[in-house]
Design a protein around this ligand. Structure first.
Ligand SMILES: Nc1nc2c(c(=O)[nH]1)N[C@H]1C(S)=C(S)[C@@H](COP(=O)(O)OP(=O)(O)OC[C@H]3O[C@@H](n4cnc5c(=O)[nH]c(N)nc54)[C@H](O)[C@@H]3O)O[C@H]1N2
Ligand SMILES: Nc1nc2c(c(=O)[nH]1)N[C@H]1C(S)=C(S)[C@@H](COP(=O)(O)OP(=O)(O)OC[C@H]3O[C@@H](n4cnc5c(=O)[nH]c(N)nc54)[C@H](O)[C@@H]3O)O[C@H]1N2
Ligand code: SF4
Ligand SMILES: [Mo]
Length: 750
């Protein structure tokens, strides 16, 4: 190396900086360290060994965060449709176009404009803080999100049992001795509503201390392969397994609710309804031997520290809510709720419904305050089913959805019945997308408003701290500036609020920012019984930090605006860039329960009525059941364009059992035609005994073959879109959640 080169290298190294950042790519919330050079280019991303929550763990997605943000296909300017083509435009032109398109529709009928709030918004503090205002400003009942193809059955269950939809307890991975994972694959997904960094390490530790892991899954997933026992259940039948377990608990007098004792109602009704479901009867339905069901029930009832944890395999089916309810009833009756080593309720740093004083009297949980126009689906927790969105757009008549705003969603790939969804995206009169990519959905847009990369924003997991493995918080400041010519997502969203509210495209976003802060101060003053003048933010300026400071200071660890000087504030949290550990999860059932009866309501009428209507699934002859799966280097539909994550072989093959491969004359590496009620695909086949005969599996979020999208890396390995096959006609009646697993399909060789 010449002296000059050495000097330059030294200068470069001196100018390098390493900043701690929370990873926004999944629910594990790992702490990362991002190293940037003098030109603000990301040089490396590593696990942050000093992070008090993740202790250095990261996965391939986190390691690629620099590449995620610096993907050359990300949009850097708004696109506006002119003469049929999407063209680059200034922000002023783009907002003027949004105003021109939406304002007349909103003036005529607020409900003619729908909004879809997609998955990445849950990891984005701008959205989580502004969601309420965005919805109120739009003022439309047409509100959609992935909840109705994800966790809404768990929310409805929590609302029914505990009186608050966000009260979902998480398994205490650190100390449990028996973990039963039902329809979740945390070794790939890193877990969800109960996620954890290094789930594999946590399961290893569990087994090393003599504990057991049981996985209930139709596929031998990575988690099932790492477990002590794998129960290969028939897709869509978990409800019956849990009814069988509940039956045994009553029949063998194994009910001992411990922490929940004395706080239960509905036990007698529950005993009556499960009497009709002995293991011998349910075994036929779910394909698990009756003696195994009885043994599992006894093991759960006698284990000191055990937890049953369920995720998508329990929610995305016709009986999603009943399944989640029965699963939680098992935890309650076996005494694992609200106990260390069982399931606990996290206490989040910004507080929430269960850390504030309970309303008196508590309202009973109801659904159906309004219904969808076309099929009459009920509203549930302010949402309408995603499966109804396409028909609300496509069906003519008064009240039709004519405008659609999509915040971070890829409707053309992630929603059921893609063909119909795409027709709807063509038909909708105004489509506004807040999204960094020109992809399979945004390519139909009239206006695309692209946010800058994740490293330019404040990061704080406002929603996800509710389900962390410890009481924990970390605030990350931006690693680099918003590039010239771009607007922060915060500002984009405030300007949309202004347009929805009829203040026009040029309104000052700061005004709305101030209004939001004022109303938050007012509500905090009311809940603390303080004067509004006492409730002041301790950080200067506007934006997310001011609102977060108000929420942290009024939260359960907060300094209560000086009343508790040792307490937390955002300024104090900023002193801990590697996160602050607020202690292990602890029992707090008294704080959580807020049902009208003040008890855990085990047998609410909604559940009993739905149970009475349950039908035993009858497989159509000649069909197989299609289930989904996730992929380590994907995040639903949107990381497939990131080069380091796109390496390797095609990941969207259909998994077929050896027996079915033989029956349908399919070869490993060959192709199959898969047909369902909604459509047909041609897909490469992988013959594997990971799936049982009669079951096939395919990941979702693929199908990057739209020539109008600009996803150059993804287009090289487009994969096949599994949602061509999900028809979206079967919904969980209690939550409106769509069946995405156990889809009947036919196979043929091509
Ligand atoms: N790497 C990666 N991580 C992710 C995501 C991603 O796309 N990639 N997505 C994130 C999101 S949005 C979510 S919601 C979470 C989801 O987190 P998980 O629920 O853990 O994810 P899945 O891999 O879908 O696991 C579902 C499991 O259910 C099984 N299953 C299917 N049908 C049934 C059934 O009827 N009964 C039972 N018992 N099991 C069934 C499937 O075989 C699969 O193993 O993951 C998050 N994390
Ligand atoms: N068949 C089948 N379908 C499924 C599932 C399944 O298991 N099986 N799982 C379902 C589940 S659980 C979920 S959560 C949904 C997810 O479905 P969606 O909510 O539609 O989410 P994604 O498909 O991940 O698309 C995310 C979009 O957000 C954009 N984006 C990424 N980061 C940002 C950002 O910071 N800001 C903005 N504004 N945009 C951003 C991406 O470019 C992409 O267009 O898919 C569902 N679909
Ligand atoms: S496990 Fe999740 S949070 Fe951790 S690095 Fe990977 S994507 Fe990020
Ligand atoms: Mo999800």
């Amino acid at each position: 190396m010449t002296t000059d080169a050495a000097t330059r290298a030294t200068v470069r190294n001196l100018a390098m900086r390493t900043v701690p950042r929370g990873c926004p790519l999944c629910e594990a919330m790992c702490g990362l360290t991002v190293t940037l050079d003098a030109e603000d280019r990301v040089v490396s991303v590593r696990g942050d060994a000093d992070d008090v929550y993740s202790r250095g763990y990261l996965c391939p997605k986190g390691a690629s965060l620099g590449a995620v943000d610096d993907d050359p296909d990300r949009l850097t300017r708004p696109l506006v449709r002119r003469a049929g083509e999407l063209r680059e435009a200034s922000w002023e032109e783009a907002f003027a176009e949004v105003d021109r398109l939406l304002t007349p529709l909103l003036a005529e009928d607020r409900n003619s404009v729908a909004a879809y709030t997609g998955n990445p918004t849950g990891h984005n503090v701008a959205f989580t803080l502004l969601a309420g205002r965005l919805a109120r400003s739009l003022g439309s009942i047409q509100a959609y999100s992935p909840a109705t193809m994800d966790q809404l059955p768990q929310n409805v269950t929590a609302a029914l049992l505990f009186g608050e939809p966000s009260s979902i307890p998480v398994p205490d991975l650190e100390t449990t001795d028996l973990l039963v994972i039902v329809g979740g694959n945390p070794l790939v997904s890193n877990g969800s509503i109960g996620a954890a960094p290094d789930y594999r390490g946590k399961l290893k530790a569990l087994r090393a201390r003599g504990g057991r892991v049981v996985v209930v899954d139709p596929a031998r997933s990575a988690t099932a392969a790492a477990a002590d026992e794998h129960l290969q259940i028939r897709p869509g039948t978990d409800l019956f397994l849990f009814l069988g377990i509940l039956h045994v608990l009553f029949a063998e007098d194994l009910v001992r609710p411990r922490a929940a004792a004395g706080r239960l109602s509905g036990l007698r009704e529950l005993r009556e309804v499960v009497a009709a479901h002995p293991p011998a009867a349910v075994a036929e339905v779910c394909g698990i031997p009756p003696e195994t069901i009885a043994r599992l029930a006894r093991e759960l009832a006698t284990a000191d520290r055990a937890a049953v944890y369920g995720r998508l395999g329990t929610t995305l089916n016709r009986y999603g809510t009943l399944t989640c309810w029965a699963l939680q009833a098992v935890n309650v009756l076996c005494g694992h709720l609200d106990r260390p080593g069982g399931l606990l309720f996290t206490r989040p740093v910004t507080g929430g419904p269960t850390t504030r004083k309970a309303p008196k009297p508590a309202h009973p949980f109801t659904v159906g305050r309004y219904r969808t126009r076309v099929s009459g689906h009920s509203e549930v927790l302010g949402e309408l089913p995603v499966a109804a969105l396409a028909e609300e757009i496509l069906t003519p008549g008064p009240g039709r959805v004519r405008g659609l705003v999509v915040y971070a969603g890829n409707l053309a790939r992630s929603l059921p019945d893609s063909a119909r969804m795409q027709r709807a995206l063509t038909e909708v009169e105004a489509l506004i997308c807040v999204d960094p990519y020109l992809n399979e959905t945004t390519r139909y847009a009239d206006v695309i408003l692209p946010p800058p990369g994740t490293l330019t924003r404040d990061h704080f997991d406002l929603v996800l701290y509710q389900y962390a493995q410890r009481n924990y918080a970390r605030f990350s400041t931006p690693a680099r500036e918003v590039p010239d010519g771009m607007l922060s997502e915060w500002e984009i969203l405030l300007r949309l609020c202004a347009i929805y509210e009829g203040r026009g495209p040029h309104a000052d976003p700061d005004e709305i920012d101030d209004e939001i802060a004022t109303s938050l101060r007012r509500s905090i003053a009311r809940s603390l019984g303080a004067e509004e003048s006492e409730i002041v933010a301790g950080v200067p300026g506007r934006g997310p930090r001011r609102l977060l400071d108000l929420r942290i200071r009024s939260g359960p660890y907060g300094d209560r605006f000086g009343r508790d000087p040792g307490g937390l504030s955002l300024s104090r949290l900023l002193e801990f860039p590697h996160g602050i550990d607020l202690g292990p999860l602890e029992p707090r059932l008294d704080e959580v329960i807020r049902t009208p009866s003040g008890t855990i309501e085990l047998a609410p009428p909604m559940i009993l009525e739905a149970l009475a209507r349950v039908e035993v699934p009858q497989p159509e002859p000649g069909t197989l059941l299609l289930i989904g799966r996730r992929d380590l280097r994907s995040k639903n539909s949107w990381l497939h364009n990131v080069s380091p994550l796109a390496k390797g072989k095609d990941r969207s093959a259909l998994h077929v059992s050896p027996a079915d491969a033989e029956a349908y004359d399919l070869a490993d590496g060959g192709f199959a035609r898969v047909t369902s009620a909604a459509g047909e695909i041609r897909v490469p086949v992988r013959v594997t005994d990971e799936v049982a005969p009669g079951v096939v599996s395919l990941g979702h979020g693929w199908g990057h073959d739209d020539p109008h999208a600009r996803l150059r890396v993804a287009a090289r390995k487009p994969g096949v879109n599994s949602n061509t096959l999900t028809d979206g006609t079967v919904l969980d009646p209690l939550s409106g959640t769509v069946q995405m697993n156990a889809i009947p399909v036919r196979l043929a060789r091509t």
